[in-house]
Ligand binder design. Sequence first.
Ligand SMILES: [Zn+2]
Length: 160
Amino acid sequence: MSPFTPDACMLFLSVILFSAVIGAYCTTIDHRIRKDLPLITKDCFCPFCGCRIAVTDQIPVISWLLLRGRCRSCKTRIPLRYPLIEGSFILFYSAAFLAFHSRPLFCVGLWYLFVTAFLFFRSEKHFRSLRKGLALMYVYHLIYAAVLLAILAALDTASR
Ligand SMILES: [Zn+2]
């Protein structure tokens, strides 16, 4: 697959979106693992004032910039590590995809290793919750791998 076709660009965009969502979710479950909180909740809450965070304030990196690094409700400073973690996920996932897009399962494996390393180094002392977090991430990566393989198969068929 040539890297500059519209199909390849859309696929790359989906990788960026997936990595941004995973990166943002990792900053959330990292906190929840260490506090032994439920990993899946309907809403997201500010860890400082407890207010519900609107969906529009949860856009990876962009929301942090638009809010100038402060909670919309209590104005508490949101640590810089949040957009940095989100950005590093986007960079790593994108670079791995550019390097290994012809071997998508290997690529997904690299992504999962990245998530595992991140969550392990942040939350190794909370092993029970960490296991749940890693299992959850495994499921998300498996689902995206299935989607990725289906898209690549469809593109392969269409190009013949
Ligand atoms: Zn707040």
